[in-house]
Write a protein that binds this ligand. Structure first.
Ligand SMILES: *[C@@H]1O[C@H](CO)[C@@H](O)[C@H](O)[C@H]1NC(C)=O
Ligand SMILES: *[C@@H]1O[C@H](CO)[C@@H](O)[C@H](O)[C@H]1NC(C)=O
Ligand SMILES: *[C@@H]1O[C@H](CO)[C@@H](O)[C@H](O)[C@H]1NC(C)=O
Ligand SMILES: *[C@@H]1O[C@H](CO)[C@@H](O)[C@H](O)[C@H]1NC(C)=O
Length: 921
C-alpha cells in the first residue's frame, strides 16, 4: 500500500525519484555478508588453501531414512562440532547442519534462545512431509547415497564436497569452491581476533556499524552459515524473489556489484534493475537447461545474500545467511514443471482461490466513506465494466485501530456490504500487524504475552501508522486463536457478512522507527528466538494467522474460502495468500518491470501475484493507465490501486477513448476467467505456473531463456505480449522454434498462422497482442455480467486452434468457486480433444456437482486450422444425436449453439465436403 517513509517522501516528492538507498544495508555494510565475501575471495585467491572443515568418518551413523555425522572445524586450539543429517524429503536430498553448542561460550547471554534457530521448516513446509529411505555405501574417501534409479549424491570427506547426480551425470556440486564458512559461537570480544583463520576478517563481528541500526546488540556474536552451489553446464538461473529485476538473474560476484538480498523490508518507490531486498523472500533458485532443471531450496529465514557468477559453462551461487542452520534441499528433475511439483510437495501448492478473487479488484488509498464506496461501485455498472471487489485502505479505521470503523464515515458497514453483495461484489479491508498503544486490542495482546519483545525482554514499542504501537507475535502458536477471536462471525466488526476479506500490509514488519524500516534484529519472539532468526518468515506467520482466523469465521457461511492479500511473504505463503509487488511508480519502466517480477513469483510456486495497475505513486497518463490495464489483465492478481496523493483514476476518469479501451481489457479478463481458474487448479494440484515464462515449453530453444516481456497463460496455449512502451505502435512477438500460433489479438481468433521467429505487426492503442498456440482448446465465457458470481450459469465458448496434424486438446476445471466442497469431490474436470474427425469432451464429475451445473451449456465452438471444409456436424450426448449448424468465414469454422451440456461426455462428428482425405485417429 504505502511506504513507511511517507512523510519524507512527500517532502522530497519533486526532487527524489529513487529509493532511499542509505536506509538499506549494502553487503559491505553488513557484517556477515562482508565477512563471507571476504572469505570467499581469500579462499579463491589462495591456491594452498586448506579447509578447516572435514567430515569425521568415525561419527557416521546409518539409519533407514537418514545418515548422521559430524563436520569438524579445526580452529586454533579448539575443534568445533557441527552435527549434520542427510535425508530424502519427498524424493529430494536434504542436508541439515547444526552447531553443537559449547555452553561456556554462550552462558553469559541473557534473554535469547542460544540454540541455532531450527523452526523455519515448521512454517515453510506443508504438514506431513514424507521422508523416504535412502541407500548408500561408505567408501574410503566418500559416501555414495542413492534415491531411486535417477538420483545420487556423493559426499567427499576432505575437503568436503557434494556432487549431485541425475541419471549418472553430475548436475550440481556443493562446496566445490570451498566457500563453506560456519561462524561458530565464541566468547564476546576476548581473543576473537587472535582466533581468526587467515581467510577470516573480524569486520563487525560483535558490533553493527550500520548507521541506523547501531542498537543491534548482536548478543550471540557472529553465527553466519555460508556455502557455494555450482550448477554444472548451466548458464541460466532464476527465482529468489523479491527483486525489481529481470527474469534471468544477473551476474553479481564482483566488488562493484551487490549480491541479491533476501530480507523483508518496507522499501518504497524502489529502483529498477536492482538486487536490493524488497517486501518478501522465497529462497528457491532454479537452474534451467534443455534436459535438466536443478533447484536449490535454502531453508533459512534470516537475512540472506546470494551472489551469482556466470562463467562460460557453469553458474555459481554463493549463499550467506546471518544465522540459523545450514539447511538445503536439492531438487533435480527433467523439467521446470517437475521441479515446481517437487517443491510443492514440500512447501505446499498455492491454495485454490475463490473465483471472485480472480476477477478485477478496485482499490485506492482511500475510498473516503460509505457513500464514496457505493458511488464507485455504482459507476462500474453505469459504465458497464465488470468488477468483483472494492477495497478499503487504512483510513476506514477509527484512528488506525484495526477492528474498528471510523463511525462518521462508515455509519453502517454491514449495510454497505449487503449492498455490494446484491450484485456479487466483495469488500476487502486492511488489517496490519501493528496495534495502537493504549487500545484494548494491544492491551489484550500485551497481557497475554503475545507481542514481539525488545532486547530487554519487554514489550517492544515502535512507530507505525497509528503512532506508538506494539506488534502481534504470530510466531507464537497461541497468537492465532487470540487473533481469530477478533474475526469471529458474531463480532460486530465484519457484520456477519460473508463477502468481506482481508488485506495484510506492513507485515515485514514495517517499523517506521526501526533499522532498515523494519523491526530490530535483536527483538525477541516466542520461545526467546531473536527476530534476526525469524525475520523473513514473520510476515508469513502473520498472514497465515489471518487466513486461519478467516477460515474459522467463514465456516459460518457457505462461502468458505478466505482471500488474504499480503505484502510480505516467504516460502510457504502460497498456501494461504496472494501477494502484490508493493509500492510502484506510475511510470512506463515500472509497467515493464512488473512482468518479470510476476513471472519470477510464478517460477517459485507463488502464482497468485500482481502489481498495482496504474502504479502506486504518481499520476499515470491516460495512455500509460490504459496500457497498464491491458497488461494487468494477465496478472494472476489483477488490482487497480493508487496512493492517497494520486488523483482519482478509476476506469471512467480518463474518459474516451480510454474508458472504452480499459473496459475491453477488464472484460477480456472476465472472458478468460475459466482459463485462469483452470490454471489455478493446476497450480494448486501440481505447482504449475499461471503466468508462465516462454522457456517452460521451449527448453530446446535457448532464445526463450531471456524473454521476460511475453509469456503464456498457464497451459492454455495463450501467448500474450502487452504493449508497455509509450507510443508503442508495433508488436513484435517471438515464436519458439518448431511451434505454430494463430492470431488471437484482443482475444479474437483468426486463421492467420505464425511460425518460428519474430512476428511483427502494427498496433493501435486498442490492441492487446495475443496469439493462440496450435494444438490448444480454450474455454471462454463471453457474456458481460457485473461480477464473476453472476456468470455462474453462463454458457461456454470453445476456441480450438488445430496443430499441423489437425489435432488439439485443452481442459476446464469447474467447482462452486467459493466453498471447500471441491475437497469432497464436488467438482468437474473436463478434457477436450479435437482430431480431424471431430471434437469430444470427457467429463469427470460427481453426481452432486453434476446437478449444480446441469443448466450450463456450450453455446459456440470456433475452430481454426481445419483442412478442407466441414459441411455438417453430428452431435451426440447421453445417447441422443442431433445435427448442428456449421458455417465458415475466412477459414474460421463456427459451430453455433451445439446445445451440449457441460456436465456429461459429448462428441461432435465432422462431415467434410468431398475431395479431402482425413487420417484416422
Ligand atoms: C529444534 O531443536 C530442538 C532442540 O534440539 C528440538 O527439540 C526440536 O524438535 C527441533 N525442531 C525442529 C523443527 O526440528
Ligand atoms: C552442456 O549442455 C549443452 C547444451 O545443453 C550440451 O550440448 C553439452 O553436451 C553439455 N555438456 C556437458 C559437458 O554436459
Ligand atoms: C515496480 O517497480 C520496480 C522497479 O523499481 C519494477 O522492477 C517492478 O517491476 C515494478 N512492479 C510493477 C508491478 O510495476
Ligand atoms: C511508429 O511510430 C514511429 C515513431 O513515431 C514511426 O516512426 C513509425 O513509422 C511508426 N510505425 C508504424 C508501424 O506506425
Amino acid at each position: 500500500m504505502k511506504s513507511s517513509l511517507f512523510i519524507t517522501f512527500i517532502l522530497f516528492f519533486t526532487t527524489v525519484s529513487a529509493v532511499k538507498e542509505y536506509l538499506f544495508k549494502k553487503c559491505s555494510q553488513s557484517g556477515f555478508c562482508h565477512r563471507n565475501r571476504h572469505f570467499a575471495q581469500a579462499v579463491e585467491s589462495d591456491p594452498e588453501y586448506q579447509s578447516p572443515y572435514s567430515i569425521d568418518v568415525s561419527s557416521l551413523s546409518f539409519a533407514d531414512d537418514s545418515i548422521t555425522g559430524i563436520v569438524k572445524k579445526v580452529h586454533g586450539l579448539v575443534d568445533v562440532d557441527f552435527p549434520f543429517k542427510i535425508s530424502v524429503i519427498e524424493g529430494n536430498f536434504r542436508f541439515q547442519l547444526d552447531e553443537k553448542l559449547n555452553s561456556d561460550v554462550v552462558d553469559t547471554v541473557k534473554h535469547v534462545n542460544k540454540q541455532r534457530y531450527n523452526e523455519t521448516e515448521t512454517f515453510a513446509f506443508k504438514q506431513n512431509v514424507a521422508y523416504h529411505p535412502l541407500t548408500g555405501d561408505q567408501l574410503e574417501d566418500k559416501l555414495v547415497l542413492k534415491y531411486g534409479d535417477d538420483h545420487q549424491v556423493e559426499l567427499e570427506f576432505y575437503p568436503i564436497r557434494f556432487s549431485f547426480l541425475y541419471q549418472n551425470k553430475v548436475q550440481l556440486t556443493v562446496n566445490d569452491k570451498q566457500f563453506l564458512n560456519l561462524e561458530h559461537r565464541r566468547k564476546e570480544r576476548e581473543g576473537s581476533t587472535s582466533e581468526l583463520l587467515s581467510q577470516e576478517t573480524s569486520f563487525d563481528m560483535f558490533q553493527d556499524s550500520f548507521a541506523d541500526s547501531s542498537k543491534d546488540t548482536l548478543p550471540l556474536g557472529p553465527e553466519s552459515m555460508a556455502i557455494d552451489f555450482n550448477f554444472i553446464n548451466f548458464t541460466h538461473v532464476y527465482g529468489i524473489p523479491e527483486h525489481a529485476d529481470s527474469l534471468l538473474l544477473k551476474h553479481t560476484r564482483s566488488k562493484d556489484k551487490e549480491p541479491y538480498r533476501l530480507y523483508n523490508v518496507d522499501i518504497f518507490e524502489y529502483d529498477l534493475d536492482s538486487r536490493l531486498a524488497m517486501y518478501g523472500s522465497i529462497p528457491f533458485l532454479l537452474g534451467i537447461k534443455s534436459e535438466v532443471t536443478v533447484g536449490v531450496y535454502w531453508i533459512n529465514s534470516a537475512d540472506t545474500y546470494i551472489d551469482i557468477e556466470y562463467s562460460s559453462s557453469n553458474t555459481l551461487s554463493h549463499w550467506m545467511s546471518e544465522n540459523g542452520l545450514l539447511d538445503f534441499i536439492i531438487i533435480i528433475e527433467p523439467t521446470p514443471y517437475d521441479a515446481n511439483s517437487q517443491y510443492g510437495k514440500i512447501s505446499g501448492n498455492a491454495a485454490l482461490p475463490a473465483l471472485f478473487s480472480l476477477g478485477y479488484h478496485q482499490c485506492r488509498w482511500n475510498y473516503n466513506d460509505q457513500k464514496d464506496v457505493l458511488e464507485v461501485h455504482k459507476k462500474f455498472d453505469t459504465y458497464k465494466i465488470p468488477y468483483d471487489t472494492i477495497w478499503l485502505d487504512i483510513e476506514y479505521t477509527d484512528e488506525k485501530k484495526y477492528f474498528t470503523w471510523k463511525k462518521e464515515a462508515f455509519p453502517n458497514p454491514g449495510k454497505m456490504m449487503q449492498k455490494l453483495d446484491q450484485t456479487g461484489r466483495n469488500l476487502v479491508v486492511i488489517i496490519d500487524p501493528h496495534l495502537k498503544d493504549g487500545y484494548s486490542v494491544s492491551e489484550e495482546f500485551i497481557t497475554k504475552k503475545l507481542v514481539m519483545k525488545d532486547n530487554s525482554n519487554q514489550a517492544f514499542y515502535g512507530h507505525c501508522w497509528p503512532g506508538k504501537s506494539v506488534w502481534i507475535d504470530t510466531t507464537n502458536p497461541d497468537a492465532t486463536p487470540a487473533w481469530a477471536g477478533h474475526f469471529a462471525w458474531k463480532s460486530p466488526f465484519l457484520a456477519q457478512a460473508a463477502n468481506v476479506h482481508i488485506w495484510n500490509d506492513m507485515n515485514e514488519p514495517s517499523v517506521f522507527s526501526g533499522p532498515e524500516t523494519v523491526a530490530p534484529k535483536d527483538n525477541i519472539h516466542f520461545n526467546n528466538w531473536e527476530h534476526r532468526s525469524v525475520h523473513n518468515l514473520y510476515g508469513m506467520s502473520y498472514h497465515q494467522a489471518t487466513y486461519n482466523a478467516m477460515k474459522a469465521r467463514l465456516k459460518h457461511s457457505n462461502r468458505q474460502r478466505p482471500f488474504v492479500l499480503t505484502r510480505s511473504y516467504f516460502t510457504g505463503s502460497q498456501r494461504t495468500a496472494a501477494m502484490w509487488t508493493g509500492d510502484n511508480m506510475s511510470k512506463w519502466s515500472y509497467l515493464q518491470a512488473s512482468i518479470p517480477m510476476v513471472l519470477t513469483h510464478n517460477i517459485v510456486n507463488m502464482p497468485f501475484s500482481g502489481a498495482d495497475v496504474g502504479g502506486f505513486f504518481g499520476d499515470p497518463s491516460s495512455e500509460l493507465l490504459t496500457r497498464w490495464y491491458q497488461t494487468g489483465l494477465f496478472y494472476p492478481f489483477f488490482r487497480g490501486h493508487a496512493h492517497i496523493d494520486s488523483p482519482r483514476r478509476e476506469p471512467w476518469v480518463p474518459g474516451e477513448p480510454y474508458t472504452s479501451i480499459i473496459r475491453d481489457a477488464i472484460k477480456l479478463r472476465y472472458v478468460l476467467l475459466p482459463v485462469f481458474y483452470t490454471g489455478f487448479y493446476h497450480a494448486s494440484e501440481t505447482g504449475r505456473p499461471v503466468m508462465k515464462p516462454m522457456f517452460y515449453d521451449a527448453l530446446d530453444d535457448t532464445n526463450t531463456y531471456k524473454i521476460d516481456d511475453q509469456f503464456m497463460v498457464g497451459d492454455s496455449g495463450i501467448l500474450a505480449k502487452p504493449i508497455t512502451e509509450k507510443g508503442g505502435n508495433v508488436s513484435s512477438i517471438y515464436i519458439p522454434q518448431g511451434q505454430i500460433y494463430y492470431d488471437f489479438f484482443n482475444g479474437e481468433i483468426s486463421s492467420q498462422v505464425f511460425t518460428s521467429g519474430y512476428v511483427e505487426r502494427p498496433v493501435e492503442l486498442t490492441d492487446i497482442p495475443m496469439l493462440l498456440k496450435g494444438g490448444s482448446i480454450i474455454p471462454l465465457k463471453t457474456r458481460y455480467r457485473r461480477s464473476s458470481k453472476l456468470m455462474k450459469n453462463d454458457p461456454y465458448t470453445l476456441v480450438i486452434a488445430l496443430d499441423e496434424n489437425g489435432q488439439a486438446k485443452g481442459d476446464l476445471y469447474i467447482d462452486d468457486g467459493e466453498s471447500f466442497s471441491y475437497q469432497n469431490g464436488e467438482k468437474s474436470y473436463i478434457g477436450f480433444q479435437a482430431v480431424s474427425e471431430g471434437i469430444s469432451a470427457s467429463v469427470s464429475v460427481s453426481e452432486e456437482f453434476s446437478r449444480q451445473i446441469e443448466s450450463v451449456t456450450v453455446e459456440k465452438i470456433v475452430i481454426v486450422g481445419v483442412k478442407g471444409e466441414i459441411s455438417a456436424v453430428i452431435i451426440e450426448q447421453e445417447g441422443k444425436k442431433w445435427n448442428g449448424k456449421v458455417s465458415e468465414k475466412d477459414s474460421v469454422t463456427t459451430i453455433k449453439n451445439p446445445k451440449v451440456k457441460i456436465n456429461s461426455d459429448w462428441e461432435i462428428k465432422f462431415e467434410y465436403k468431398q475431395g479431402v482425405d482425413h487420417d484416422e485417429l
